[in-house]
Design a protein around this ligand. Sequence first.
Ligand SMILES: Nc1ccn([C@@H]2O[C@H](COP(=O)(O)O)[C@@H](O)[C@H]2O)c(=O)n1
Ligand SMILES: C[C@@]1(CO)OP(=O)(O)OP(=O)(O)OC[C@H]1O
Length: 159
Amino acid sequence: MNIRIGQGLDVHAFTPGDHVMLGGVRISHHRGVAGHSDGDVVLHALCDALLGALALGDIGMHFPPGDEQWRDADSRDLLRRVVALLVERGWRIGNVDLTVACEEPRLSPHVPAMRKVIAEILEISEGHVSVKATTTEQLGFCGRGEGIAAMAVALIHTG
Ligand SMILES: Nc1ccn([C@@H]2O[C@H](COP(=O)(O)O)[C@@H](O)[C@H]2O)c(=O)n1
Ligand SMILES: C[C@@]1(CO)OP(=O)(O)OP(=O)(O)OC[C@H]1O
């Protein structure tokens, strides 16, 4: 059995709006998130972690922000496409561990729904999908409420 790991990081700025998409879940909020797609930092970081494990570049290389095809894209669809790249090369996903940093919205009530969505797309059990949230103690761009960051680690294997 071959094993590989990958990591990903994504950041998006808050904009005027009434919801954010995080981990494939729509969360009502008094602001939105800027992006060419739906701006789901969690799924983007996860795409980059999986692409990193495959050494296949990054999300922007596969779904260029200048390409109208990806305008307002549903990031769940982008993640499905990345999973297909992985499966067609003979890899499977072991587990993923995700951390989201923002002062608000409060994410813990939404973590179970995020784990469910992600597990379904990755075709692994929810027990193999970890989603964690943290503030940055009011420090930095997250702490000032300027944006949201997400980090992801993924383990993939053959056989
Ligand atoms: N947007 C967030 C941030 C944090 N949480 C939860 O609060 C706990 C404490 O956060 P600290 O930054 O003070 O460590 C953390 O463990 C998260 O469960 C949250 O739900 N939403
Ligand atoms: C997801 C893509 C799709 O065009 O656009 P954005 O929503 O701007 O997100 P980003 O994290 O900057 O990744 C780049 C793009 O692939």
